[in-house]
Design a protein around this ligand. Structure first.
Ligand code: AMP
Length: 415
C-alpha cells in the first residue's frame, strides 16, 4: 500500500511517499519512494522534491495556500517523467497519514479522519494555536484533492504520552484549571520517541514490555522521554513544547515568575514575553549568535566565544539533569538513546551531555561515539558501561505510514 505522509506547518508542507508492506507489518521492508518539502507556503514558495536515489528537483513558485501547494506536489508525484516506482496516477496513492501535533486527552492513538475527528482536532486548537490549524489545512487540502474514497488518518504527537500517570502530568495549580481547561502536561515528539522505542526493541530483539530507556530527541526542538516497559512514563515537554530541555530558540524549564518580572520590568505584554521565550531564547538567546548547534560548535572552536560555550554547556547540563531525574523515576534504566539532528550527528554534544554520569556507570566509547555521525544507528557506550548508550536516527514518517496502514486495515498492534 502506497501511503502519502503529510506534515503541514503554518507555512510549510512536508511529504513522503512510503510503500508499506501489508503482510510483514513489523518488518523493515517498508520503502520510502519519494519525499518533498515546500517552504514559505503563501508567498514565493521554495520547493525541493526528490525521488529516492535520483537528483532532487528544486524550484520556486508562488503557491498561495496549502491546497495549491499539495496540488503542485501531486502534479510532480504523478508526472510520468518523475518516475516514482509504482506511482502512475493519483489512484496509486492508497491512503494519507497526517502528522497532527495536539490530540489532548481525546486522541490517544491514530484515528481515521471523519467530520467528528476534524471537530476534535479543532477543539484542541486552544492548546496548540499554531500547530493544529496548520495540520487541519493539510487535512482539508487532501480531502478536497483525493475525495472521500482515499482514507485519511491522523497521528498525534501527544498520543504516545497518554500513558503518563496523573501524578506526573498534573501541574500543582488549583485543580479546577485542569477540570475547566485541561491544563496538564501532554508532551510532544511522541512519534519520534515511539520510533526510538520500536527500533531499540528490534535492535535488541525484545518484547515491547522489555523496553526501559531514556530517549533524547535533540534537534531544533528538544525533548527527553522516560520509556518504562515500552510506554511513556514521563517527558520533558508539557502543556506546550516550550517546557523542559533547552532548545534552539526555546528556553525550556523556567521559573514562571520570570514571565511576570519581564512583563513588568521590560514593559512588554504577556504575548511578547512568550515570543521571547519561544523565539529568542535557548541557544540563540544565550549565545546571541545562532540557534544552530553546528554553527555554535564552530564558533566555539574557531573563536573561543565564551557565550557559545556557555550556551552549549547549559544545553548539556539540562540533558544530564533529565537523565538523572528519569533514572530515579524509572527505578533504573537499560539504555539512553540519542536522536534528532544534534543527537544523531554531534559526538561532541553527546560526550559533553554524558560527562559527569560516570557515577551511574555510564561511559561512552570515544571511538564509537566519534564514528556515529551522519545518522548512523549504533551503540556508542563502552563495554564496561552499566547503561548502554545508542544513537538511533529517528524516522517519524515511517511510523506515520505504519500507523496509517494499521488504522486503514484495522490492525490491533500499534508498533
Ligand atoms: P533537527 O531539528 O532534528 O533537524 O535538528 C537541527 C539541529 O541539529 C540544528 O541545531 C543543527 O545545527 C543540528 N545539527 C545537525 N548536524 C549537526 C552536526 N553535525 N553537529 C552538531 N549539530 C548538528
Amino acid at each position: 500500500m502506497n501511503i502519502l505522509v503529510l506534515n503541514c506547518g503554518s507555512s510549510s508542507l512536508k511529504f513522503q511517499i512510503i510503500e508499506t508492506d501489508m503482510d510483514m507489518i513489523n518488518s523493515d521492508s517498508d520503502k520510502m519512494l519519494a519525499k518533498g518539502l515546500i517552504e514559505r507556503v503563501g508567498s514565493q514558495s521554495l520547493i525541493s522534491f526528490q525521488v529516492v536515489g535520483k537528483p532532487s528537483f528544486k524550484s520556486a513558485e508562488p503557491l498561495r495556500d496549502h491546497k495549491i501547494a499539495l496540488m503542485y506536489a501531486i502534479k510532480w508525484i504523478t508526472n510520468p517523467e518523475t518516475e516514482i516506482p509504482g506511482i502512475k496516477d493519483i489512484s496509486d496513492i492508497h491512503a494519507i497519514g497526517h502528522r497532527c501535533v495536539h490530540g489532548a486527552e481525546r486522541f490517544k492513538k491514530a484515528v481515521k479522519i471523519d467530520n467528528d475527528v476534524i471537530d476534535g482536532i479543532e477543539d484542541c486548537i486552544p492548546l496548540a494555536p499554531l500547530h493544529n490549524p496548520a495540520n487541519l489545512k493539510g487535512i482539508y487540502a487532501a480531502r478536497d484533492i483525493f475525495g472521500p474514497s482515499v482514507p485519511q488518518v491522523a497521528i498525534f504527537d501527544t498520543a504516545f504520552h497518554s500513558t503518563i500517570p496523573e501524578t506526573t502530568y498534573m501541574y500543582a495549580i488549583p485543580y479546577q484549571f485542569y477540570r475547566r481547561f485541561k491544563i496538564r502536561k501532554y508532551g510532544f515528539h511522541g512519534t519520534s520517541h515511539r520510533y526510538i522505542a520500536y527500533r531499540y526493541r528490534i535492535l535488541n530483539n525484545l518484547e515491547r514490555e522489555q523496553v526501559n530507556i531514556i530517549s533524547l530527541h535533540l534537534g531544533n526542538g528538544c525533548s527527553a522521554c522516560a520509556i518504562k516497559n515500552g510506554f511513556s512514563l514521563d517527558t520533558s515537554m508539557g502543556l506546550t513544547p516550550l517546557d523542559g530541555l533547552m532548545m534552539g530558540t526555546r528556553c525550556g524549564d523556567i521559573d514562571p515568575s520570570v514571565i511576570e518580572f519581564l512583563a513588568h520590568n521590560e514593559g512588554i505584554t504577556i504575548d511578547e514575553v512568550f515570543s521571547v521565550l519561544n523565539k529568542r531564547s535557548g541557544l540563540l538567546g544565550i549565545s546571541g549568535l545562532t540557534n544552530d548547534m553546528r554553527d555554535l560548535l564552530e564558533e566555539e572552536k574557531e573563536h573561543k566565544d565564551r557565550r557559545a560555550t556557555l550556551a552549549i554547556d547549559m544545553f548539556c547540563n539540562r540533558i544530564r539533569k533529565y537523565i538523572g531525574a528519569y533514572m530515579a523515576a524509572m527505578n533504573g534504566v537499560e539504555s539512553i538513546c540519542f536522536t534528532g539532528g544534534i543527537g544523531e550527528n554531534s559526538p561532541d554534544i553527546r560526550r559533553r551531555a554524558i560527562k559527569g554520569l560516570e557515577w551511574f556507570g555510564i561511559e561512552l566509547d570515544d571511538e564509537l561515539n566519534n564514528l556515529a555521525v551522519r545518522s548512523k544507528e549504533m551503540l556508542i557506550s563502552s563495554e564496561n558501561s552499566r547503561i548502554k548508550v545508542y544513537v538511533i536516527p529517528t524516522n517519524e514518517e515511517l511510523l506515520l505510514a505504519r500507523d496509517t496502514l494499521r488504522v486503514v486495515i484495522d490492525a490491533k498492534r500499534i508498533w
